[in-house]
Unconditional design. Structure first.
Length: 392
């Protein structure tokens, strides 16, 4: 179709994409069920990793949708729908957090504190089962409400080209930003930090935020490059657009490393037993190799992979680095969670594969069905023309 000289033709993804999504979903579900039947404790820890990863992708992508509106950015408008599609995974978060809510006592020691544990007794007003469940449901509903209205206005604009819808989304996005900061921080505290309730870090919320933004941006970059290279987006997108994506990835790679090192440095310098024990656990046995590997996997490799200007504009390099960053975020979450289950050393086998496959299936199917029903480009957005013409 043609819309104000903008060349765009809507076409769904091939059926094999949907088949692949169903296969990933089914295989992942089978492994998850078998894992829960054979070792429910281990599966619960893997469930937390999977849930935290899906929150990163869904809520992180919604953050980028809101960021475009608040910042008034134009370069990202031609492919904003990629972020909108990925943010729709927020709808499926209950599939992963409901099993955990039914098994909280398997993972969280604060659900059954010892009478002599004054630290946990003191934290009971916050760390208690009822309030925890209320927070989980409340955060999900908040994310869902903002997702619904932001994407609804965006889709409406395809038909009406009403610029007032952009103004409404700017106001919604401005309201979402501080709410996003609060909810993503407390989600990190609830699902990740409270696994070890005696440990605390005032920078942990920012640490999870940095990984969340990096992982969701990587997922959006992969989808954008694949869609554009296969002719699903508008004509006229240039390497300048790819460079902006690559530069953002590179910036948040450095931001994550800065926050990760800051957290380590502050705890090392203070040398308080209740803080250092967290890092000492991850420096014991084979976990030491995973801890050292995190530096290379999450920082050094993607840093040098996207260091040069040409690498930020190369579609193949962006796909490789995007996939690597998603792997590194899951690696990071594994490093945060699993030492609490297997303190003696690294534990990895088929039970750890269920949730990554299941989540991959959800994402593929969501994108597949979204492309069948919706435009892949916000053709009614007044910034679209300027976005296509964007040059560095």
């Amino acid at each position: 179709m043609s819309f104000s000289t903008i060349e765009y033709r809507k076409k769904p993804l091939p059926a094999k994409v949907g088949i692949a999504g169903f296969c990933l979903l089914a295989l992942g579900l089978i492994l998850i069920l078998l894992s829960y039947l054979t070792d429910s404790d281990r599966s619960a820890y893997n469930n937390i990793i999977g849930l935290s990863f899906l929150i990163s992708l869904g809520v992180g992508a919604l953050f980028f949708v809101a960021l475009e509106y608040v910042a008034g950015a134009v370069w990202s408008t031609p492919f904003r729908r990629a972020a909108e599609f990925i943010s729709s995974t927020i709808i499926f978060l209950p599939v992963l957090f409901i099993p955990l809510l039914l098994n909280l006592n398997r993972v969280f020691s604060w659900t059954h504190p010892l009478p002599a544990d004054k630290s946990l007794i003191g934290k009971a007003p916050y760390l208690n089962t009822n309030f925890f469940i209320i927070r989980v449901i409340a955060f999900w509903l908040i994310w869902l409400i903002f997702y619904h209205f932001l994407t609804r206005n965006s889709k409406k604009q395809d038909e009406s080209s009403d610029q007032q819808l952009t103004q409404k989304n700017i106001k919604l996005s401005a309201a979402f930003m501080p709410i996003f900061a609060v909810t993503i921080t407390f989600s990190a505290i609830d699902w990740l930090m409270s696994i070890e309730p005696h440990w605390f870090s005032t920078i942990f919320g920012v640490y999870y935020f940095s990984g969340t933004v990096l992982a969701s941006l990587a997922a959006c970059t992969i989808l954008i490059v694949l869609l554009n290279e296969n002719g699903y987006l508008v004509n006229g997108l240039k390497p300048d657009h790819y460079y902006s994506l690559g530069a953002l990835l590179f910036a948040f790679i450095n931001f994550w490393a800065y926050i990760a090192f800051s957290q380590f440095l502050l705890i090392w310098y203070a040398n308080l037993p209740e803080e250092t024990v967290w890092f000492l656990t991850r420096w014991y046995g084979s976990w030491k190799l995973i801890s050292i590997g995190l530096i290379f996997v999450h920082f050094i490799i993607p840093y040098f992979g996207l260091l040069s200007q040409p690498s930020k504009m190369n579609s193949k390099r962006l796909l490789i680095m995007g996939g690597w960053i998603l792997f590194s975020h899951y690696y990071d979450l594994y490093w945060l969670v699993m030492p609490n289950y297997s303190k003696e050393g690294v534990l990895f086998g088929w039970p750890e594969l269920g949730f990554p496959l299941f989540i991959s299936g959800i994402i593929v199917l969501v994108i597949y069905y979204k492309t069948k029903r919706e435009n892949l480009v916000p053709i009614g957005d007044p910034k679209l023309r300027r976005g296509i013409d964007f040059r560095l």
